[in-house]
Design a protein around this ligand. Structure first.
Ligand code: ZN
Length: 476
């Protein structure tokens, strides 16, 4: 300033810097948002990117304050949305946002409570952010030094195992997953024909089958040279290996994980004992099955020094495929195969009447047995005029469950301009989307955003998933 011969007070200087910084943050956040939604990957979709907003990741109070500024701007811009073909603000699917609930932002008198209020408003309108409870995660993710850690998932729900690197430091960024194989639990249940002894025998057989399939994935990667993908293996995205070096050492010792996925715990238990996961006997058997899946992973891990982990598969369109296969093999069985979808991971069936708090509380017990990844959700009506209720759910998440989300609806009809929930109706045996106001059924002329577990989808879905969406009951 002296050099420029400008006479300015310290206060004025700080004020100007702050103002300019906020402008820069505003443009930076906007650039990320627009670059992500206009970028296409090789399969023609926006890249599945997740933004993790965690205040405690900052190394100093100043850094935390700066980070809060970026989080605030990110939430404000997501609340606004992005413009569609007609120039109307709608809900974008990406990037997915995760907001970490922590001591600094969870009570009305905490310093960053205003961010949580903003997050609640944003969730009510745009379905994101989703929520991770630092408190619960620190209890769930404990490394070999006995320290708890809070970190982001990869993609929508895949969590790495706790890991301490060669320097004795905890490491979460830069690691990766070797792949997933998913067991259809409903198939084991039905194959056992209500005989529990038979069930556990078939279970053991299927686990060995899954194990072999996972080993195929692992072996497929073994021997890969770092040169196959230099950005990943040589320039630091996942590692800094030498040219011509294999990636093998990263496949063992916990640097990467490999996932045993599972689906349809609800139907599996019901097929065996005619009880729901929400009933004591059903819950007990459900937890027993989850523990057994973990036992298998622990056994394989010990034998091979590979981090096998249990993963609640997202099952985006596979839900339809699994349901069709079950109907073909076993016919239509009430409460088990009478729908064109099967229930995701350990979830309570979408048509089950249960309130948000009971659902989150019950599912948290299963979630902690699904360490390789899982997410719970509650289905809520339009909550934009009831933000205090959204905040109640958020506080409940903080105290009870590691990772959860709220599903709201904000659709848009391009024909009549209707801004609310677009419904699903049946037309010649096929499920189609219809605007409740003008009855427009042209998918090209509407914007519908729904959670297909973990990620938001905006490209419409197969018949099985559409039926599942239609049958979701509200939990609030
Ligand atoms: Zn309309």
């Amino acid at each position: 300033m002296q050099e420029l011969e400008v006479d300015i007070s310290e206060d004025k200087l700080n004020e100007t810097v702050e103002k300019r910084l906020r402008k820069e943050v505003n443009r930076g956040v906007q650039t990320i948002q627009y670059q992500v939604v206009t970028l296409l990957t090789t399969n023609g979709q926006a890249p599945f990117v997740t933004v993790f907003m965690y205040l405690n990741e900052a190394k100093s109070e100043q850094e935390k304050y700066d980070l809060a500024m970026i989080i605030e701007e990110t939430l404000k811009q997501r609340y606004q949305g992005v413009k569609n073909e007609d120039g109307v603000w709608i809900t974008p699917a990406f990037p997915k946002l995760i907001y970490v609930l922590e001591e600094d932002n969870i009570s009305e008198d905490s310093k960053y409570w205003y961010l949580t209020e903003l997050a609640a408003k944003c969730t009510a309108k745009r379905m994101v952010p989703d929520y991770i409870s630092e408190k619960v995660m620190l209890q769930n993710k404990i490394d070999k030094n006995g320290e708890g850690h809070c970190y982001t998932c990869m993609g929508c729900r895949s969590f790495l195992t706790p890991y301490v690197n060669e320097d004795g430091k905890p490491q979460y960024y830069g690691r990766f997953n070797q792949g997933v194989v998913t067991v259809n639990l409903v198939d084991i249940g039905l194959s056992a024909n209500r005989d529990l002894v038979k069930f556990w025998n078939i279970f053991d057989e299927r686990m060995e089958l899954c194990h072999r399939a996972l080993q195929c994935r692992h072996e497929r990667l073994t021997g890969t040279l770092s040169d196959a993908a230099p950005i990943l293996w040589q320039y630091g995205a996942l590692a800094r290996l030498k040219k011509g070096e294999t990636i093998d050492k990263l496949l063992h010792g916990g640097y990467s994980t490999i996932s045993l996925g599972y689906a349809g715990l609800w139907e599996c238990v019901y097929s065996l004992i005619g009880k729901k996961l929400t009933e004591p006997e059903g819950k007990e058997l459900g937890l027993q099955i989850m523990k057994k899946l973990n036992d298998y992973c622990a056994m394989w891990k010990k034998a091979e020094n590979i981090d096998y982990s249990i993963y609640g598969t997202p099952l985006e369109s596979t839900t339809y495929k699994f349901a069709k296969c079950l109907q073909k093999r076993f016919g239509v069985i009430k409460g088990v195969t009478d729908r064109n979808y099967i229930t995701n991971s350990y979830h309570v069936h979408v048509s089950e009447e249960i309130n948000a708090f009971d659902k989150l509380k019950l599912e948290s017990e299963f979630q902690s047995l699904s360490p390789g990844g899982a997410i719970s959700y509650v289905e809520v009506p339009n909550m934009q005029s009831n933000i205090p209720a959204v905040l109640q759910v958020i506080k409940f998440i903080y105290d009870n469950i590691m990772y959860a989300e709220l599903n709201t609806k904000s659709d848009y009809c391009q024909v009549c301009g209707y801004d609310g929930e677009i419904g699903i109706v049946e037309e010649d045996g096929k499920l189609v989307w219809e605007c409740p106001k003008c009855h427009n059924r042209d998918q090209d002329k509407m914007n519908v955003a729904r959670r297909t577990c973990g990620y938001i989808g905006t490209q419409f879905w197969n018949q099985g998933r559409t039926q599942e969406i239609r049958e979701r009951v509200l939990h609030l």
